[in-house]
Each structure stands twice: as C-alpha cells, then as structure tokens.
Design a protein around this ligand. Structure first.
Ligand code: KIV
Length: 270
C-alpha cells in the first residue's frame, strides 16, 4: 500500500491545510466504484466525477451531451467505492443556466454523495457560486479552457496566452474566490499565469495543463492509464513504467504530484 494512503476522510479543511504547509495534493477523475476504491486507497485526495465521462466513457467528441442523469448515476457509483477522498461532481452543460435549475441539480448531486460541485465559467458564474455557497454547497470554479464552451472557444485551445486575456482570467479568479468558491480549477493555461493566480488566491488551485506551481494536479484517469484516443501535451502515461499494473500507475502519479516531478517542463504551456 502507498505511503501516501488516504487514512481519513479528506475535507476542504484538509486541502487548505495541505496548501498552507506548501505541499501538493493529487486529484483524478473517477467514474465507477472499482476505480474509486483503488484511487482513494492509493492516496488520491480528490475524486472528480467529471463530465469528461461523455468523451472517455460514452465516446462523444465533447462533454455537451452529458446529462444530469449520467452525472447522478456515476456519482452514486463512485460514492460506493470511495474510501475517504473528497468527492467532487461536475454540473454538466446547461444544468446551471437558471437559479432554480442550479439549486435543484447541485442538490441532486449532493444527495447522492458528492461533497462539492464543479461548474465552468468566469465572471458570469459568480452569482451562481454565491447562491450555492450561501446554501452550504461547496463550489469548485473551473476556468481557463472550459470544455462546455468548446463551440464558443473554437476548439480545445490553451487560454490566457495574451496579456489582456491573462489579466481577465486573474480578475475573474479573484471574483470567484470573493463570491465563495472553495477551489479554483485551471485548465490549459500558461505555467506563469497559473503560478500568479495560485500565489494571489487563498483557496487551493488545481491545475491540468497549467504547470507544476498550482496547489494540486488533476488528470483524466484514462490519460494516466494511456487509454485515451488522444494524448495532449500535458498528459503523461503512468502505466507504461508501472511495476504493479494500475495501482502502481496511480501510486506513481500521486508520488510525482507530491514530489513535484509531474508536470515536468515538457507538459507545460508557455
Ligand atoms: O470533466 C473533467 O474530467 C474535468 C477535468 C478535465 C478537470 O473537468
């Protein structure tokens, strides 16, 4: 068993303490009970039931077709296998378009075992974040590349490369923290921008394709295991060098995140 084994229930306070100690925590997506069990027993602190399931499980070319029923089903599965990790669940595309819808859908995920919800966007989700926070639902705000907006963005591209766009992301991240977000997730932004935001914010910042300076890293499980059809620059296959199959790969990922050997320079955007 890993020396990083999650020995007790991970809470937001646990993550905040890790940040304050200047350490890192490891997150992965999970969609079923079996993997939830392996991941949480191997020391992954946060399991995300991501709407990436639309691409890696269902075979769609985006996350847009994922429904609330899909998210509820997979959150139930992950909850059954989870051994103490914090369980985050995505609010899928168009499930937080109105206040009533947001509250009903977030409540549905919390009722089946999520500890917090994740939603994508910038300034426009600040009222939604406040609404959820005031009603006791912890929020992770997902910024940078937001896959639910892929048609507006025009593809899965790195965000925040020019100064104006970077400044906007910084300001919106601060706004979302002020609105009550408990965690910020930054996807596909230049390393320098992620570092600036991580240093500015009090809440933990989880990165994916955002370099090694964020408080935590997250990857899509299928990418860590090398079974995704595409391999973006920021992805590393940890199964290739594993001497103990899947548990060995997960253990290596957790260790690399904590020892800050992943992501390496070759996984970063400038
Ligand atoms: O849905 C998902 O898996 C995600 C990760 C890419 C962070 O949002």
């Amino acid at each position: 068993m890993s020396s990083h084994k999650t020995s007790r229930n991970v809470s937001l306070a646990t993550l905040q303490n890790i940040k304050q100690r200047g350490e890192k925590f490891a997150c992965l997506t999970a969609y079923d009970a079996c993997f939830a069990s392996i991941l949480s027993e191997t020391g992954v602190e946060v399991l995300l039931v991501g709407d990436s399931l639309g691409m890696v499980l269902q075979g769609h070319d985006s996350t847009l077709p994922v429904t609330m029923d899909d998210m509820i089903y997979h959150t139930q599965c992950v909850k059954r296998g989870n051994k103490g990790a914090l369980l985050m669940a995505d609010l899928p595309f168009m499930s937080y378009a109105s206040e009533t819808q947001t509250l009903e859908n977030a409540a549905a995920l919390m009722r089946v075992g999520a500890h917090m919800v994740k939603l994508e966007g910038g300034a426009w989700i600040s009222n939604t974040t406040k609404l959820l926070a005031e009603r006791g639902i912890p929020v992770c705000a997902h910024m940078g590349l937001t896959p639910q907006s892929v048609n507006r963005i025009g593809g899965f591209h790195v965000q925040g490369r020019d100064t104006g766009q970077a400044q906007l992301i910084i300001e919106e991240a601060q706004l979302l923290q002020e609105s009550g977000a408990n965690i910020l997730l930054l996807e596909c932004v230049p390393r320098k921008l992620a570092k600036t935001i991580t240093e500015l914010l009090e809440i933990p910042v989880i990165g994916i394709g955002a370099g090694p300076d964020t408080t935590a890293q997250i990857m899509v499980l299928h990418d860590v295991l090398g079974v995704s059809p595409i391999t973006p620059k920021f992805v590393k296959n940890f199964l290739n060098d594993s001497d103990n199959g899947i548990p060995g790969a997960i253990k290596a990922y957790v260790k690399a995140v904590k020892e800050q050997t992943f992501p390496a320079e070759e996984h970063c955007f400038r």
